[in-house]
Design a binder for this molecule. Structure first.
Ligand SMILES: CC(C)(COP(=O)(O)OP(=O)(O)OC[C@H]1O[C@@H](n2cnc3c(N)ncnc32)[C@H](O)[C@@H]1OP(=O)(O)O)[C@@H](O)C(=O)NCCC(=O)NCCS
Length: 129
């Protein structure tokens, strides 16, 4: 299984974890609970930004990335957004509304482009096995 050897990293404010991602507002970040929720087997490409708090436009709200979803590189997830199970967000997307389960979505702003095929869904769910 893909995440078999995954260990919970030490999270220090503004400093890269051993997986090279950075958490700001550490007090509001919980893996699996509360403000930013990353469910099982979520994958996030490099250079993504996940905001539960966006000071520029004064938005805030919990972000939930559901089981098995994948976020393409350089995407931005805005406050209050939920990305559904197995869904793939294409590279360079600006995700400012909820995206349902089992779809491919991309763009600025991100829009649902198509449903995942049965084969893709099975492949993306492999971490469940
Ligand atoms: C969204 C994605 C999954 C779609 O893959 P796919 O179904 O194989 O789609 P295709 O490559 O066949 O592209 C289909 C069309 O969508 C367009 N497209 C694909 N991804 C796009 C994106 N992120 N943004 C805008 N357009 C995109 C393609 O240019 C193509 O357009 P066309 O029909 O006009 O030629 C993939 O393009 C993607 O973005 N993957 C993320 C990869 C990534 O971030 N990797 C690094 C982390 S591991």
């Amino acid at each position: 299984m893909r995440f078999e050897n995954w260990l919970f990293p030490k999270i220090k404010e503004g400093q890269p974890t051993k997986y090279h991602w950075i958490v700001q507002h550490k007090d509001k970040f919980r893996l699996g609970k509360y403000t930013v929720t990353l469910e099982e087997n979520v994958q996030i490409g490099s250079h993504c930004s996940i905001y539960s708090c966006s000071t520029i436009d004064d938005k805030s709200g919990p972000v939930t990335l559901k089981k098995n979803c994948r976020i393409g590189t350089h995407s931005v997830i805005m406050p209050g957004v939920t990305v559904g199970e197995n869904t793939v967000i294409g590279a360079f997307s600006f995700v400012n509304t909820d995206i349902p389960a089992d779809v491919v979505a991309y763009g600025v702003p991100a829009r649902v482009i198509r449903k995942l095929s049965v084969e893709e869904k099975e492949k993306f769910s492999e971490g469940d096995n």
